[in-house]
Design a protein around this ligand. Structure first.
Ligand SMILES: [Zn+2]
Length: 118
């Protein structure tokens, strides 16, 4: 994540006045276990955001992985939420959980179908 913060800053910095010390976190947004961080250069007002996990890979989607983990170990949303609460980690909403769980099931079903066809 630190590399991503630096990469986005380094890509924008055109003038010598833009120094990393002016790159400040101005907001954040949560989507399940993912967080989107919004940064702003206090020198040139350039703004950028990025997610705390890569968004381009289905394999690395932490929300889908958490939902799939629940299914695999045989627990539901309530048990998983209690577990995260015990660890003082804000968990995803039930709606997000169901969406990720159902999406993961569809992906797994498609993989099984493709495997049996070959
Ligand atoms: Zn700047």
């Amino acid at each position: 994540m630190w590399n991503e913060i630096h990469r986005i800053f380094d890509d924008h910095a055109r003038g010598i006045e833009c120094q990393f010390k002016y790159w400040q976190l101005v907001n954040f947004r949560r989507r399940g276990l993912l967080t989107q961080l919004f940064f702003k250069c206090q020198m040139c007002n350039y703004e950028a955001s990025f997610w705390t996990e890569p968004m381009d890979s289905e394999k690395s989607d932490i929300n889908a992985a958490a939902a799939a983990g629940c299914v695999k170990v045989g627990i539901g949303y309530t048990q998983m939420e209690k577990l995260f609460t015990a660890m003082n980690i804000k968990y995803m909403s039930e709606k997000t959980y169901v969406k990720n769980r159902d999406h993961k099931k569809t992906v797994l079903k498609n993989i099984e179908t493709e495997s049996s066809e070959n």
